[in-house]
Write a protein that binds this ligand. Structure first.
Ligand code: FE
Length: 228
């Protein structure tokens, strides 16, 4: 599933990335429209059929995994956590001290990785990458965006973080330090953006609506104009 028009970071996504994305959200069970499927979707279907026929996987188990990653785990959980941290100082302290426990406190999946929350301030902006492969807090934020795994993002974020931010339309004051955090198999990060001006008096639900996945990776800033 390609990002909606206008949300693609120029220079970080090649056309091939969209075609090679076997996003689990594209999984369907109406197998009668193969002419409309991409090459990768056809490959996934073929692989699934073989694995099911040989008895290696249960279709119901696959459906349960897809349901989990589509609805139960995803950036909406992180958005709830960030929004609460903007209105509840005690919760914010907990999030910064033990991010996994903060997710658990809201009844949200906390994942199995060691999760660290990185606080954005006027002095420092944080951005997350995995230079080695694609480590991402999937247990809390769901499936990573395609560009996160691209060689361009992984290399340029370290060499030229401000250039990468610019690709996403994010410009920071020149005196704000940009700190890059390299995820590992053991440690994953979630960025806690600053609450934007103009959101005074908003409910947690309204605030959560402007915290996108990219805000929690650090490539974009929450946009009050994007409130649903
Ligand atoms: Fe990795």
């Amino acid at each position: 599933m390609c990002p909606p028009a206008g949300t693609t970071a120029r220079g970080l996504i090649q056309a091939d990335d969209c075609g090679s994305n076997n996003d689990m959200g594209d999984h369907e069970h109406d197998h009668g429209h193969s002419a409309e499927l991409s090459e990768m979707q056809l490959r996934v279907r073929a692989l699934e059929t073989i694995l099911v026929e040989k008895g290696y996987v249960e279709p119901a188990a696959l459906d349960a995994i897809i349901e989990t990653y589509e609805h139960k785990i995803g950036p909406h959980n992180g958005a709830r956590v960030i929004a609460k941290s903007w209105v509840d100082p005690d919760f914010r302290r907990q999030l910064l001290e033990n991010a996994g426990a903060a997710f658990t406190a809201l009844g949200l999946p906390s994942g199995t990785e060691h999760l660290i929350a990185l606080e954005n301030t006027p002095e420092r902006h944080n951005i997350v990458v995995c230079t080695l492969c694609s480590c991402y807090p999937s247990g809390t934020l769901g499936v990573p965006p395609v560009w996160y795994k691209s060689a361009a993002y992984r290399s340029r974020t370290v060499a030229d973080p401000r250039g990468v931010l610019k690709d996403f339309g994010t410009e920071l004051p020149p005196d704000t330090e940009v700190r890059v955090w390299d995820s590992t198999a053991e440690v994953r990060y979630i960025v806690v953006p600053m609450r934007p001006k103009g959101t005074e008096g908003w409910s947690e639900q309204q605030l959560a609506a402007i915290v996108s996945r990219d805000c929690m990776i650090g490539t974009r800033l929450p946009d009050p104009g994007a409130e649903r």
